[in-house]
Design a protein around this ligand. Sequence first.
Ligand SMILES: [Zn+2]
Length: 245
Amino acid sequence: MDANSQIANDLHLLTAPIRFLFRCLLALLFLLLAPLLYATIPFACIAADPNSDFSTLALAYLALGPFASAFWLMMVGVLPDVYRAHKEGRIFEANHVKGFGLMFIGFFGSLGAEALFLFYLFPIPRESSDIAVNAAQWRSWFGGMGIAAFLPVILLLGRRLIKKVCAGRQTCRWCRETVGAANLDGVGLCSPCHDAALEEKEIDEEQEAWIHKVKYELHDKAWASDLRRGRREALKWKRRVLSSR
Ligand SMILES: [Zn+2]
């Protein structure tokens, strides 16, 4: 072995950890951006070259789907716990069993949905000489397959939405305070907000003069627009309260 190739070999060995870190970073970036990539890349490719065969892209799409689904199901499942811990001023302690379980379900749920979709519902489109047909076929295939790949995540989000809707409203729609369903009026306001809305006058010269003063004499535009927004909000709620009677 001559000196040059020896140096090249050494360099290759030395940069190995850097290359490894770079690959990890790329993988993380892919996982984070996966929903966005799945929703855009295939459609952009089809738009750019509608006459092409997208089998290679489709294969990558299928193969990476379960990984993206596992990552996002874990994120979506664990984030509310992180948020709650943050809100209560606690340090979030990861439940590894839960995290691993979510990743497991995310991976195999996505794999199963993809397989079902591919073998029963919508096999990879056959090559068609008609450009428009070819593009349309691939577009719907990628659309359907994107839903299949992220099915576990979609189901979890859907379940949460249904739960939220079924739990009914507990918070005031204006000030967002949690006061319980019994303390809300017909349009969903707590009693202080209800009273404040009814007290607001459509034409209120005193208030208008005050806003004018804040804006032009105190030169606080942000405060003035806050006041104005507050008035608009109050009037909106007043109209709703009045029309609900
Ligand atoms: Zn309120």
